[in-house]
Design a protein. Structure first.
Length: 319
């Protein structure tokens, strides 16, 4: 196979095929992807450093796909973290993206989405809580905003607050900075309890139902975003036409917002020299013990859903 011609070199990284589309139907070239990553690198890298990274890549003529292992032929200066995957019974060699040249190398490999783990490698616990708001397939974004306000009201009741960003797709991500590390089990418990409190405030708008068919067209408050789960990084593009970007939003700017308002072509201009993901964050706070107690009493959603699925299957067989 002929080696692609190098068109440009940035930070020692050879860049190729810059005028080709990122993927079929993207409406964006690889050069534009790299220019965006370069423009936001100093603000995006803190969310990637010291964390196992999964990326969504594309190959010429193919649709985007998720990749966890560092690709073969990658430079030896990209560090990896070996993690045993129980589900696939194999060791995954996750890359770590801690500097500009690694980010540019991934961009040249058509890495579009960057999904770091919520926990840093070697961390004793979580330094933030994450609530992922996922609308139904045909749901209006206004419903996601309404659900986000339910979560914020539940936080305010506890003396807490969150910073919010678009997912770059159809949802929102709320992040609550913590003043003390929270163990993985307690992080899951607190997330379950917070989602349950928000659901109780507006059960016609939001739900914590893990089984999709039970959500009834409501916004899903995901109670499982903790531990080694991943979340698309702030300022990361998404693999959709036009490449919308996950972007911070002030709470008072949510109304009338479209989740695809910010794209790869507009994000850097909107940012200028600012970093709203940093400046909009509330002060880190300590979680009240009552939230942890409530969460510990709530069944683990995946386990509960598994048992419920088996019960329904048995019940259906009896008919």
């Amino acid at each position: 196979m002929a080696r692609r011609q190098v068109q440009e070199v940035r930070d020692g990284v050879e860049l190729t095929s810059l005028d080709d589309p990122v993927f079929d139907g993207a409406g964006v070239t690889k050069r534009e992807l790299l220019d965006h990553l370069d423009a936001v690198a100093d603000r995006m890298l803190p969310a990637l450093a010291d964390r196992p990274l999964s990326v969504v890549r594309a190959r010429p003529g193919q649709r985007p796909f998720m990749q966890k292992n560092l690709p073969r032929g990658a430079p030896d200066w990209i560090p990896t973290l070996p993690v045993w995957a129980e589900s696939s019974q194999r060791t995954v060699h996750y890359p770590v993206c801690a500097d500009r040249r690694t980010l540019l190398w991934f961009g040249n490999q058509r890495a579009i989405e960057f999904h770091p783990t919520l926990l840093r490698t070697g961390a004793t616990g979580a330094d933030e809580l994450v609530i992922d708001l996922d609308p139904p397939p045909d749901g209006a974004f206004a419903a996601v905003v309404a659900a986000a306000r339910l979560v914020r009201a539940a936080l305010h009741e506890l003396g807490l607050d969150a910073v919010v960003k678009t997912s770059g797709a159809k949802g929102l991500h709320l992040v609550v900075p913590l003043s003390a590390p929270l163990g993985v089990d307690d992080a899951f418990a607190a997330t379950r309890a917070l989602c349950a409190r928000a659901e109780a405030r507006g059960p016609d708008v939001a739900t914590t139902a893990f089984i999709r068919d039970d959500r009834g067209g409501r916004v899903f408050l995901d109670p499982t975003r903790a531990g080694w789960a991943t979340l698309v990084a702030v300022y990361s593009p998404r693999a959709r036409p036009g490449l919308p970007v996950s972007f911070p939003v002030p709470w008072d700017a949510l109304d009338g917002l479209s989740p695809t308002d910010v794209t790869l072509r507009t994000a850097a201009g909107l940012l200028g020299d600012t970093d709203p993901w940093r400046t909009l964050r509330p002060a880190p706070a300590l979680l009240p013990e009552v939230l942890l107690d409530e969460g510990r009493a709530i069944p683990v959603p995946r386990v509960q859903a598994m048992h419920e699925g088996k019960r329904r299957k048995r019940a259906g067989g009896q008919g």
